[in-house]
Design a protein around this ligand. Structure first.
Ligand code: APR
Ligand code: PHB
Length: 393
């Protein structure tokens, strides 16, 4: 088999990159270890920055999002018995975010790729990368019992945090930066009307809570819980009581409870691998970085990596540019580290880290200061809607 760009992983990164390159006439093959059903079964976040929305439109995978997605012009911080709304639209020069589940984004991208005739091979086992530092890299994999060799010019490692791409890099060539957080998020999906029209992020003495949604009849809620907790320790009644306790009164009084249709517990982590390019291998999205979900940056950071790699490969393959590929890593990392900072800040000011009263007062002072000043609200807004993508010239 031969292609121009071998893409490892059919999550949002791989599918979005594949679709954008395919529409430019650049050959791609996506190799995915799991089945489409498994990929779609994973529960993920649901806030899209305007840059991500525009990329999905360019990928011709946005019509359902434009129909069913919810445009949000702000969100609310709740702390110390107060609620402070961050008016994203007015503070960011008119930008808004789109609330639309990542599962739906992935489904739309899968359908767009199939409609465009892109090659995606699911249940590709034992994917292995070869000769990544040569000008003829190769990927081998097993599919339907056959070992296949895929010759390519470039490899996009879009295979997530646990994928093979980052692990294929010589350990001495890569540097890892990471921070683990001493708590997890318990997430619940319920067929109930959302408690509010916009998202509510709360700092409460018992811990963090977040009210989000998927539609007018599907709510998504999260509460901070001990790192080692398991879902079966959180029967629905316990969850609803804890969430209600952590919400501001006007929201708590409006809360409509019901049976959970999904319940997951996930740890929080900040992680960055540097650099992100190794010969002809480019690491993209979760393969290169992880953010705590507090800032809703995971999918959006993957999209900005895709934007950068798409434009670099387009100009390299179609225009014969030879200077751009070596700029991939530095361009991505400039935006990644600013998103890591914002995600770390949101996590630091909203979660209960200890019973240390000094730290609790510092958190409240941070929230008071940032929400109490135009400069503070503006910095929150411009980071939440996403900093600009760096143009590739
Ligand atoms: N071979 C082939 N495919 C693989 C391999 C492998 N060895 N290892 C993992 N994969 C696949 C996974 O099955 C998954 O479908 O790669 C895909 C990676 O997708 P994601 O983990 O979703 O990563 P990414 O596409 O970068 O999207 C990032 O997803 O995890 C969330 O919060 C994250 O929103 C962010 C987004
Ligand atoms: C979600 O809707 O799942 C969601 C929204 C905002 C976040 C995290 C998750 O910061």
């Amino acid at each position: 088999m031969k292609t121009q760009v071998a893409i490892i992983g059919a999550g949002p990164s791989g599918l979005l990159l594949g679709q954008l390159l395919h529409l430019q006439g650049i050959d791609t093959v996506i190799l995915e270890a799991r089945t489409p059903e498994y990929v779609l079964s994973r529960v993920r976040a649901g806030v899209l920055e305007p840059g991500t929305v525009e990329l999905l439109r360019e990928a011709r995978a946005s019509s359902r999002m434009d129909r069913e997605g919810h445009v949000h012009e702000g969100f609310t911080f709740s702390f110390a018995g107060r609620s402070e709304r961050i008016d994203l639209k007015s503070l960011s020069g008119g930008k808004t975010v789109m609330v639309y589940g990542q599962t739906e984004v992935t489904k739309d991208l899968m359908e767009a790729r199939a409609a465009a005739g892109g090659i995606s091979i699911y249940e590709a086992a034992d994917v292995a990368l070869h000769d990544i530092f040569s000008d003829k890299p190769r990927v081998t994999f097993v599919n339907a019992g056959q070992t296949v060799e895929l010759e390519c010019a470039y490899i996009a490692g879009c295979d997530g945090f646990h994928g093979i791409s980052r692990k294929s890099v010589p350990p001495e060539a890569i540097r890892i930066f990471e921070r683990a957080y001493p708590f997890s998020w318990l997430g619940v999906l319920s067929q109930t009307p959302p408690v509010a029209d916009e998202l509510i992020y709360t700092n409460h003495e018992r811990g963090f809570a977040l009210c989000s949604m998927r539609s007018s009849v599907l709510s998504r809620y999260y509460v901070q819980c001990p790192f080692e907790d398991k879902p079966d320790q959180w029967p629905d009644e316990r969850f609803w009581n804890e969430l209600r306790t952590r919400l501001p009164d006007e929201a708590a009084n409006r809360l409509v409870t019901g049976p959970s249709i999904e319940k997951i517990i996930a740890p929080l982590r900040s992680f960055v691998a540097e650099p992100m390019k190794f010969g002809r291998l480019f690491l993209v999205g979760d393969a290169a970085h992880i953010v705590p979900p507090t800032g809703a940056k995971g999918l959006n950071l993957a999209a900005s990596d895709v934007y950068t790699l798409y434009h670099i490969l387009r100009r390299t393959v179609l225009d014969g540019r030879t200077d751009l590929v070596d700029k991939y890593s530095e361009i991505c990392l400039r935006r990644i580290w600013k998103a890591e900072r914002f995600s770390w800040w949101m996590t630091s000011v909203l979660h209960k880290f200890s019973d240390d009263p000094f730290n609790q007062r510092l958190q409240l002072a941070e929230l008071e200061y940032y929400t109490g000043s135009l400069a503070g609200r503006t910095t929150i807004a411009e980071n939440y809607v996403g900093l600009p993508f760096e143009p590739i010239e």
